[in-house]
Design a binder for this molecule. Structure first.
Ligand code: ADP
Ligand code: MG
Length: 222
């Protein structure tokens, strides 16, 4: 499903460097990434999502070499194949929670905003416990509620790949498990692969495989 081969990345000359010799995920796999803050976990998710481009190496997703696509093609590929829960939520302040959840449909011609999409958005919001807050703007939502909006937005298009960056970081312990269950259930329903960065060690047993990112930092420093 995903293969990362010999990928190098650097933030500017002399900036943070990341080198991933090899990382692959099977279709439908649930993989967790743990590792110290600043070790490059978010950077890797951004590389896989095609938000950042590697300096060298190759990233294949579902048979497509995303490093070989144009900027516009990468954007469309991301919108139609990938659901990304950003660490900082990346919600748009001027849109309501509902509009934020449905945002992928605004920017992706290939996705049709029909009645199914709208009812999926509502069902996800209900399942996340924010069904009664869909008309509020992010400023009127708590951090945990904003995080749930971001999760709904990542799932509403039923993507084949779900990238999640500390998606449960702002939730209370009880909600964490429930929201992860929802994410896994959605993934199972559409046969999606899940790659999740998490600091919640109590959630790790729910994943099929866990990678410690510290190993890549050592390679990068060499
Ligand atoms: P993690 O998600 O594991 O905490 P990040 O991938 O966010 O780590 O960051 C890895 C390193 O890259 C950090 O040292 C961070 O300061 C640096 N970094 C992140 N984003 C940028 C950026 N846009 N420009 C320059 N350096 C960055
Ligand atoms: Mg991070």
């Amino acid at each position: 499903m995903i293969s990362v081969e010999n990928v190098s990345f650097e933030y500017g000359e002399g900036g943070f460097r990341l080198h991933i010799p090899h990382l692959s995920l099977r279709e439908r796999e649930r993989l967790a990434i743990v590792g110290p803050s600043g070790s490059g976990k978010t950077t890797l998710l951004n590389l896989i999502a095609g938000i950042l481009l590697p300096k060298s190496g190759r990233i294949d997703i579902d048979g497509t070499d995303v490093t070989g696509l144009s900027d516009a093609e990468r954007r469309q590929f991301r919108a139609s194949h990938i659901g990304f829960v950003f660490q900082d939520f990346a919600l748009l302040d001027y849109l309501s929670a509902r509009q934020n959840i449905l945002y992928p449909y605004r920017i992706t011609p290939a996705l049709k905003l029909d009645a199914d999409a709208r009812s999926r958005a509502e069902a996800l919001a209900d399942a996340c416990g924010i069904g009664d807050k869909l008309d509020r703007h992010p400023a009127a939502l708590s951090q945990g509620e904003q995080q749930r909006v971001a999760i709904c937005r990542a799932l509403v298009t039923q993507p084949k790949l779900i990238l999640s960056d500390e998606a449960t970081g702002n939730l209370d312990p009880e909600s964490k498990g429930r929201i992860l269950d929802l994410l896994f259930q959605q993934a199972a329903d559409v046969g999606a692969t899940v790659l999740a960065v998490t600091h919640d060690h109590e959630l790790l047993p729910r994943f099929e495989r866990v990678i410690d990112f510290a190993q890549y930092r050592e390679v990068a420093a060499a």
